[in-house]
Design a protein around this ligand. Sequence first.
Ligand SMILES: Nc1ncnc2c1ncn2[C@@H]1O[C@H](COP(=O)(O)OP(=O)(O)OP(=O)(O)O)[C@@H](O)[C@H]1O
Ligand code: SF4
Ligand SMILES: [Mg+2]
Length: 329
Amino acid sequence: MTLLEVRDLSVQLQTKTGFATAVDRLSFTVNEGEILGIAGESGSGKTMTALTLLGLLPQHAKVSGSAKFNGQELIGLSSKEWQKFRGAQIAMVFQDPMTSLHPMLSIKAQMTEHMVTHLGISQQQALVDAEELLADVRIPDPKKALNSYAGQFSGGMRQRICIAMALACKPKLLLADEPSTALDVTVQAGILTLLNRLRKEHQLSIIFITHDLGVLSSITNKLLVLYAGREAESGSTSTILQLPRHPYTQGLLDSLPQPDSNEKLLKSIAGFPPELGKQPIGCAFAERCKFAAATCSGDELLPTYLADSHKFICAVDPFAGLSINQVRP
Ligand SMILES: Nc1ncnc2c1ncn2[C@@H]1O[C@H](COP(=O)(O)OP(=O)(O)OP(=O)(O)O)[C@@H](O)[C@H]1O
Ligand code: SF4
Ligand SMILES: [Mg+2]
């Protein structure tokens, strides 16, 4: 069943030269118990998309389009109405676990306050539940952890605590914004396994945001690849990772480390995404794309729809008809 349905979502942010589009007419859905991965380079609008779904955009941001959560429209909610959803039904885990935790408040104080307010349970019950949640995210000695402070934990442990805190009010949707990027590879793998287990056990839906398509391959059911605030490609994770049809997705995949490659230097996509407010009308990737042709710029590009909800937006479609071995040798 569809939990979140986003249609034509756009976000405009105030810049020195006026309003600029950071999220450009995005549409996607998240079903119950599903993990959607959102990928793209820095500045592609991933965090702004997530913040829109929590009602936490910068004050002057303009939002249009629709985001229905369990059938209820989120766009246009008042601050008071947001309180019903934020933390309680939709929760977020941020990239840096140190800045998400208050250094001067005990873990107990940070975890139980929201539980008492949102779930209407007693402080005593909140403590019991908090201890259970910390055990659930594999924090050793949860009782002791509740009386400790953020600075007493390693980065990986802090992120586990943040995940436990995000789950404290039993949300249906978890927004995980690069939750493992600041951690080393082994700890990162542990966080991914943890999220996948929690998804199953808590019937959670997750939007997992990262710039690393390699991370997404292990846990997501479907992918949305963003470039300069716009959708480049979307569809099931396996289809996109095997046969990407957008040159930008192909570039992101090429820049992943290849375990059996002799090359010491990672490949990267040459150039940089356009600055906010300077996205062209045609393909925003044109300046960096080796397949760019006259048809790529000028006009609004139309999407191509393939089987299995696979969709991409490219005027040239240079990988059409190629096999897996030809596209990903
Ligand atoms: N408060 C703000 N005011 C104006 N522009 C902003 C603000 N916050 C972010 N931006 C701009 O909005 C665009 C989208 O930013 P966003 O944070 O969503 O990118 P991102 O994909 O999450 O990148 P990263 O991978 O670096 O986290 C960027 O160009 C960014 O510079
Ligand atoms: S539309 Fe043109 S420039 Fe854009 S990705 Fe496709 S081929 Fe490259
Ligand atoms: Mg971000």
